[in-house]
Design a protein. Sequence first.
Length: 132
Amino acid sequence: MKKERRRAWRFPREMSSITRLTSALLLGLFCMSFQGNLFSQQVKVSLDARQKTLNEVLQELGRQTGLNFLYNHEMARERGRVNVQATDKALGELLAEFLPTIGLEHVYMDNGVVIREKTALQQQQHAARGKV
């Protein structure tokens, strides 16, 4: 009598190659998403906006970078007119120095930038200094 030998369960060869291919593709997509996010912060913009609305400034930045800007249009309207001047400046750097002056901040998400109001806690952290 021959004993029946039990084999441990394994992926079939075809399944193993499919699994490897899928894993490699997912890893590649994951890495590309970080690369895209880093690229969006490094892209250079040139802008000369004097007495323009925030809507107009963000539309121009979107046109130059190809990024989508997500923001509340009513909030942007309340900010009034702004002055922004930059020549070959990184988008992240421009937004970091321009938005806080009008009480806003930015966050990168996928293929876009979210513009939002600073929270009260963040606004209180700036201490006023000087003599009275």
